[in-house]
Ligand binder design. Structure first.
Ligand code: GAR
Length: 200
């Protein structure tokens, strides 16, 4: 089996990218090659994390819109990522909506990590939403990306219990810890075809 080429997209600190990169570098994901990490935020921690693992780290101008990639900028993203030839694109804290041209360019190859048990609390600030709502169980979800925001087929979920007195910060840390376990394991299962890719 040839190794699965993975490209990671993120906008933030990159703790999930780090979990993936560290699992690859320690040999836990032997069939995975992380070819590049892209960010729409020039000084995002995720780019420094990638550099720390000697993985190609690229800031690309996201264009004029705040919440999506569109137009010329979107074309540039498609072209650059296309040159990396990814088998899988992982959205690890990427805070923009991907539109049909991008989705079609990488059809059935994009997964997203979301910090709630979907379909509860889609969209932005999911951890705050669940904290404010007072749920007693939350968690994280990994799903295939389609045109519906946070609406694609669910691949895996991990539950997190909310204890009395948990602050937003504590809950956020617990969800991140769950994400750092489940995301590398899903990528491993995809690379070994334990989890199948959808038909393109
Ligand atoms: C993660 O908690 C991820 O679930 C969330 O952003 C965080 C990124 O953290 N994604 C979303 O909210 C997507 N809507 P990280 O930069 O430390 O990996």
């Amino acid at each position: 089996m040839s190794s699965m080429k993975v490209v990671i997209l993120g906008s933030g600190s990159g703790s999930n990218a780090e979990a993936i990169l560290s699992a690859v570098s320690s040999g836990q994901l032997e069939e995975v090659e992380t070819v590049a990490v892209y960010s729409d935020v020039a000084d995002a921690g995720i780019l420094q994390k990638a550099e720390g693992f000697q993985v190609k780290a690229v800031y690309l101008d996201p264009g004029p819109f705040r919440t999506k990639l569109d137009g010329e900028a979107e074309e540039k993203w498609i072209e650059s990522i296309g040159e990396d030839g990814p088998d899988l694109i992982v959205l690890a804290g990427f805070m923009r909506v991907l539109k049909p041209p991008f989705l079609q360019a990488f059809s059935s190859k994009i997964i997203n990590l979301h910090p709630s048990l979907l379909p509860s609390f889609p969209g932005l600030e999911a951890i705050r939403q669940s904290h404010d709502r007072g749920v007693k169980v939350t968690g994280c979800t990994i799903h295939w990306v389609n045109e519906e925001v946070d609406g694609g087929e669910i691949i895996a979920q991990a539950p997190v219990r909310v204890m009395p007195g948990d602050t937003l910060e504590m809950l956020s840390q617990k969800i991140h810890a769950a994400e750092h376990m489940v995301l590398p394991s899903v990528i491993r299962d995809l690379s070994l075809r334990v989890i199948p890719f959808p038909e393109a």
